[in-house]
Design a protein around this ligand. Structure first.
Ligand SMILES: [Zn+2]
Length: 302
């Protein structure tokens, strides 16, 4: 019998700090580290060759309360790391005091709270929850704080890819840039190959999640972007509880960190490399961008 190969995964964007996970959070985080998938009727998730498990997870804030929750989880679980910030759909409610508290968290010894990034921030024109000017204001503030605190920024962009690219180009035009400069990640990337290349040039990683796994031809541009960008700028993510990847879409009540493996499989297929290679490369990328400590190589024994 061939031996099983462990695949330690980093989910670079997991909202495990959201209430969707409240009822069973501890068991979910435990089995994520063990590589135990939820039971799905009529569907076999387990793989005879690979044993994926979650070795690292970035939990972004969408407002001040969820940022604190991310910190709390990061304190409790060694494989969880926090990001603090305000999601564009939540900035209408964010107060000046909230912002100052976030600033304080980022600037005063973020290490002790395991704050590895700011965010998520960005622009969203799909939903209409916050005026776009306020979204832009929070995005620029967060980019500026990222430079002051020396923390990468996690950016959300929904139906705003051209706009975001332009804003970032403008913002960083006065900041010295080299091929090694990195400012953050555009998470759940959904743009064109050209936008992907420009974001990489501007110093960003691209986070790939559910979208890239979907089989509808309308995602063909995104598949091409995933093929084209340099391997050292790719991150894997779930954006759970949202965006369950194919082939689990519609089969899970909520997405969860372990489905990162299906994103890895899809990227391996698109880029014509092995799953193990994608996983190793994207783990190195996550460790470098978020300055993570070394990751566990084997799943917890459950
Ligand atoms: Zn998110």
């Amino acid at each position: 019998m061939s031996s099983i190969r462990f695949l330690p995964l980093v989910d670079a964007h997991a909202h495990v700090n959201m209430e969707d996970f409240d009822s069973d959070l501890d068991s979910l985080l435990h089995r994520s580290q063990c590589g135990i998938f939820p039971q799905i009727k009529g569907f076999q998730v387990a793989d005879p060759v690979f044993k994926p498990f979650i070795a690292g997870l970035i939990s972004p804030g969408v407002d001040l309360a969820s940022s604190f929750k991310a910190i709390e989880l990061a304190q409790k679980y060694d494989f969880v790391f926090a990001a603090v910030g305000f999601h564009p759909n939540h900035v209408a409610q964010a107060t000046q005091d909230d912002w100052e508290e976030c600033e304080r968290l980022a600037l005063e010894n973020p290490n002790s709270n395991k704050i590895m990034a700011l965010g998520e921030t960005g622009l969203d024109r799909y939903w209409d929850y916050s005026p776009i000017e306020r979204q832009r204001d929070f995005l620029v503030r967060t980019l500026d704080l990222g430079l002051r605190a020396n923390l990468p920024v996690i950016i959300h962009s929904r139906e705003t890819n051209g706009e975001i690219t332009e804003l970032l180009r403008d913002f960083y035009s006065n900041v010295p840039n080299s091929p090694e400069t990195t400012h953050g990640v555009v998470h759940s990337f959904s743009g064109t190959p050209e936008q992907a290349e420009e974001l990489v040039e501007l110093g960003f990683y691209l986070g790939f999640g559910g979208f890239v796994t979907y089989t509808n031809r309308k995602f063909a541009d995104l598949w091409e972007a995933a093929r084209r960008i340099p391997a050292n700028r790719i991150l894997l993510e779930t954006d759970c509880p949202f965006l369950t990847p194919h082939p689990l879409r519609g089969k899970l009540e909520r997405n969860e960190p372990l489905t990162t493996i299906f994103v890895a499989k899809r990227l391996a297929e698109l880029r014509d490399v092995s799953i193990a290679e994608i996983v190793e490369q994207t783990n190195r990328n996550a460790v470098r961008l978020f300055r993570l400590p070394s990751l566990r190589e084997k799943p917890l024994n459950c």
